[in-house]
Design a protein around this ligand. Sequence first.
Ligand code: PLP
Length: 366
Amino acid sequence: MSNIEQYANPQILDLVAYEPGKPIEETARELGMAPEDIVKLASNENPLGPSPKAVQAMCQAASQANIYPDGAAFRLRTAIANRYQVDFNQTIVGSGSSEIIELVGHAFLNRDAEVVAAEHAFSMYPIMSKLFGARYVQVPNKPDWSHDLKGFLDAITDKTRVVFITNPTNPLGTIVSQQEIDDFMAHVPNHVVVCFDEAYHEFSDQPADTVKFVRDGRQVVVLKTFSKVYGLAGLRIGFGLAPQSLCTLLHKCRTPFNAHLLAQEAALAALDDQDHIRKTIENNNAEMTRYEEAFRSMNLEWIPSHANFVLVKVGHGRDVFQALLKRGVITRAQGGYGLPEWLRISIGTPKENIRCIDMLREVLAQ
Ligand SMILES: *Cc1c(COP(=O)(O)O)cnc(C)c1O
């Protein structure tokens, strides 16, 4: 047998693949429980389900599944452009915003490039950096766990091509202010593409405006997704906003039909479902308060979150994760993010959260 690794791209040999939240069916199988009895609070999905309008749009489109989707995603991109007051040519859709991150890698990263991001940032950034052989530079957070954008500026070198600013950030849930972003943008050099990852933007009560940099023709990509507030994680659809010249480069890197037919139709319907978005945010705000009160009563430290999840310090994160898992509650241990004492809990429905809190109390009392 030949050793196939010797022929592979060297930078991928020690790449550690993304570890997703544990699936409900797998957990049910392992525990011998019914899938309905498992609570998954591990992947920041929308606990209220997909937008009902999106489901209806998919059902209508299903009979056209024999036809290739519109590779230019004309209707969806037009709606996105209208929503964000940008030009059609400043939009791109992808198979989740993860794909847009990959396209940025295709366009700008190689073995001479460097990427700058915050410590404990979304693991797709180091994975994508590594995939393209780029050096991944992490900037320590401020004491309140938010991005240190001054530290970002210090970390930028002549080789830096891409910077990731996650706002709100995952898994920490902290935000950076408009002022911090404006100061950063006033000083960032021109050879750097700034990616504002705004997967949780809608959950924040202090959302910063970064789309203005797209309109101003700055070297930015604003990343958005239908996976979180819109409730369409299973469809894999997200989008990016960037000045036309930059956006054109990203379009060159994508496959022709990267956003599939049902996903495009569902996203188009979900974009306008204000009712579903409002209910989702209301549930999130109310249930976040439930967790904060529970943590306070259990004397647990947590990081105040502007997103749809919360990070809580439980001691040995992996053990508590396992103990909760045995009780049918899937959360997310954070060892892989360099936070072994912490657990990330996605905000669910009232019923799911009550169960999670009860089980957490039981586990920590032991
Ligand atoms: C969930 C998430 C995304 C969105 O991922 P999709 O590929 O669109 O599902 C992007 N960035 C961060 C930080 C996230 O947590």
